[in-house]
Each structure stands twice: as C-alpha cells, then as structure tokens.
Design a protein around this ligand. Structure first.
Ligand SMILES: NC(=O)c1ccc[n+]([C@@H]2O[C@H](COP(=O)([O-])OP(=O)(O)OC[C@H]3O[C@@H](n4cnc5c(N)ncnc54)[C@H](O)[C@@H]3O)[C@@H](O)[C@H]2O)c1
Length: 391
C-alpha cells in the first residue's frame, strides 16, 4: 500500500496562538495559503491551496461575514481540503483549493474589490483557478474574469458553462440510483418514496428526474412557497421542515444545508438510503458516518455524488462541452457503487471508504510524477496547459 501524502499529522511546532496559520496548514497538509489585502477597495481575502498533485487547485470563492479572521482561515482550509478529495474521487486532473472574501455580500461588494481579488488570483499563475460559491453572483465573477483568465463557471455568453445545478442534480440522481441498486438489487426509483429536503436549484432538477421515473416525493423547504411550487409542478406532497427526517420513506435526499445528519436527527431516520446534493451533511463526519453504518443505512458520501458541478466547470478548462460533462457525471453511478463495495468489504463507513480511495489515487499519481518524462520540466501543475486562451 502506498503511503498517502495526505495522511494527517501531529504537528510538533509550538502552537502560536497569535499566528495559527502554519500549524493549521501542516496538520492537514496544505501547500499554500495566500492572504490578500487591499485596503483601498476593502479587500480582505484568503486563498488556500490544499494539494496540487493531480493538477491546478480548483474551487470556488465564498464571500461571507466571518466574525474573526481565524474563522475565515478555518473555513477556507476545510473547504479547500474537501475540494482535493472531490476532484480526486471524480477522476479529475485537478487539485483542491478555495478562497474566501471577508465581507457582507449584501453591502460590501464593488467592482474594484473583485478586480483586486482577480489580480491576486492571476498572480498565482494558474496554481489556483476560482469559481462561484456562496455569496457570489455572476456579475462578481465577471469582474474577477476581467483581471484573470483563471476563472470557471462564468456565463455561457462569455464562453463558460453557466449554471452548474442541472449537472449537479443529474449526478445526485445517478448517486441515488447507485444506492438503490445496492439496497434493492435494481436501480429503478419507480414507486420509491423519497423525502427531499430543500426545493432550490439542485433539488428541483433532481425532483424532476426522480418523478419522471415514477418516484413518490415528499418535499420541504423553509420557504413553503418554493416547496409548494415544485410539488405542484411534479405532483409531490409538501411536508413541514421538521417532519422530513422521520417520514416513512425509502430514501432521504438532503439538498439544503450541511450538518443535517446529527445527534438530534439520527434516531428519526427510517429510510434505507441517505443520498443528496448538500455539502457536509454529516455533522461530525466520523461519529455520524459510523452511526449510519451501525443503523444499516446506506450513505452516499456527499462530495462524491454532488461532484457534477465541479465536473461541469472542469470541462470548461478544456473548451466546454455539455455532453461530455454529462457523460462524466454519469460515472458517479459507478464511483458510488465502488465506494459502497469498498465500505462493505472493509466494514468501514462509506465516507471513509471514499476518502481512502481518493487518497490512493493521489498517492499513485504522486509516485508517477517522480519519474522523469519529457514533460517533467513543464510542471503540469501550472494550469496554463489546461486553459484555452480566451482573450
Ligand atoms: N448548485 C450546485 O451546483 C451545487 C454543487 C455542489 C453542492 N451543492 C450543494 O447543494 C445544496 C443546495 O444547493 P442549491 O444550489 O440548490 O442551493 P439553493 O439555495 O438553490 O437551495 C437550497 C434550498 O434549501 C432551502 N433550505 C435551507 N435550509 C433548509 C431547511 N432547514 N429545511 C428545508 N429547506 C431548507 C432553501 O430555502 C433553498 O430553497 C447546498 O448545500 C450546496 O452547497 C450545490
């Protein structure tokens, strides 16, 4: 077995409470953290590059009102690491990165701020490629794009891939079907009862696939008008947000926020399968992943089955092709089945199985790169080779 370069370490350096960056980076193997400041525009941003073994670090920029700088740092480190695993398990030649801009997305936005941020991204020469995340809108991405070509998820009118949600939802649908295959021996969703949490972008597209196949859906959203409108469109039943966990259903599909599989909800689940689009659904990954295994609930790791979005934007780097993105997303079905098999064979929770398989891919490619090839001087990590010239 190849030793994973991502294995978490106990860091020996003395913790400096006033400067927690190196310890935080080293404990999770982050390569680089870039602190970006531009007082003129009010820009305070952090770019974190977790691992670039497989390729340039790709991950969105999040704008959020972090209460402390440390909270922003923690978030960007956690999110960028997650992107490494998501890209690796999805078979993409991309590393993991993420950026956060500290500020109120409702009041602190201006053109100069995003252009300043774009210049910092550009300065990394393609080691980090950004995209849209929470708190960001198309206009913001266009401003960043005016300063750097290392941006994905830009509008179709600018040669980008546009809204990733339909592709994400298709991947979730593939992941749910793979879980059905594992649980019931065939992957049909006809007649299956599905509790869908959220009636937003991903949930809506997912619901249409499932309803078309004959599933019976129960939908909730904190905005009841959204749940009603989706339910009317596809012929589903609306339930209250609190009711969704304890419904007598076959499948629970979380497509709202993270942390919903926790100590309070765990005992309520009566389903055979949990598989959805929301990120970080396990409140405490190891604890709640193990509890699902003990309860005999099949869990599709979130970052595996919601990878359609990153698969879609990664296709932009080679010249966007929707059909190719959908075909790659379809493979989430096989990836999910592989992970569930590994989990069963090794008697470990599926999120752990997925992490191990992602780490093995990275380790094997890292070893490959130790061999000299004619391309070795041309690092292969710079992103430059992935980018079609857009100007
Ligand atoms: N959009 C993508 O391509 C994509 C890609 C990967 C992961 N995800 C993840 O999927 C999830 C959904 O993304 P989206 O783009 O559809 O977002 P969205 O904002 O369009 O939809 C989320 C919906 O969840 C509802 N909601 C929030 N809290 C709720 C609660 N407690 N109970 C019921 N409903 C609640 C919101 O009102 C909203 O309608 C997020 O976790 C996101 O991080 C999205």
């Amino acid at each position: 077995m190849i030793e994973s370069p991502l294995k978490e370490k106990n860091v020996s350096t003395k913790q400096d409470p006033n400067f927690p960056v190196f310890n935080a980076m080293e404990s999770r193997n982050h390569e680089q953290v870039v602190i970006c400041s531009d007082p003129e525009t009010g820009l305070r941003a952090i770019i974190a590059i977790h691992n670039t073994t497989l390729g340039p670090a790709l991950g969105g920029t999040r704008m959020w009102m972090y209460q402390t700088e440390e909270a922003a740092l923690k978030d960007v480190l956690r999110l960028s690491r997650g992107m490494t695993y998501k890209a690796a398990i999805s078979g993409l030649n991309l590393g993991g990165g993420k950026a956060v801009i500290i500020g109120d997305p409702h009041t602190d936005k201006n053109e100069a701020l995003f252009r300043a941020f774009g210049r910092f991204v550009d300065g990394l020469g393609g080691r980090y490629i950004t995209a849209e995340d929470v708190g960001m809108e198309v206009q913001d991405m266009e401003w960043i794009y005016s300063e750097t070509k290392y941006v994905t998820g830009i509008p179709e009118t600018l040669g980008g891939s546009g809204n990733p949600s339909p592709v994400t939802a298709y991947g979730v649908y593939m992941g749910v079907k793979a879980c059905a295959k594992k649980a019931y021996g065939n992957d049909s969703l006809a007649g299956k009862r599905i509790a869908l949490q959220g009636a937003g972008h991903v949930a809506s597209y997912f619901a249409k696939h499932a309803a078309k196949e004959g599933a019976k859906l129960f939908i909730t959203d904190i905005y009841s008008e959204k749940a009603n409108s989706l339910a009317n469109e596809i012929g589903a039943e609306v339930v209250s947000p609190d009711e969704i966990y304890g419904l007598d259903v076959d499948i629970f599909t979380p497509c709202a926020l993270g942390g919903v599989i926790n100590d309070d909800t765990m005992d309520q689940f009566k389903c055979d399968i949990i598989a959805g689009g929301a990120n970080n659904v396990l409140d405490i990954e190891d604890r709640h992943g193990q509890m699902l295994l003990d309860k005999g609930i099949i869990y599709a790791p979130d970052y595996v089955i919601n990878a359609g979005g990153i698969i879609n934007i990664s296709s932009e780097l080679e010249g966007y092709n929707r059909e190719q993105a959908m075909n790659r997303t379809q493979k989430i079905y096989d990836t999910t089945l592989n992970i569930l098999k590994y989990s069963e064979d090794h008697e470990i929770p599926s999120h752990k199985a997925s992490n191990i398989l992602a780490e093995e891919r990275i380790a094997s490619v890292a070893r490959l790169k130790s061999k000299y090839s004619s391309k070795s001087h041309f690092s292969g990590r710079l992103g430059e080779m992935y980018m079609t010239d857009r100007r």
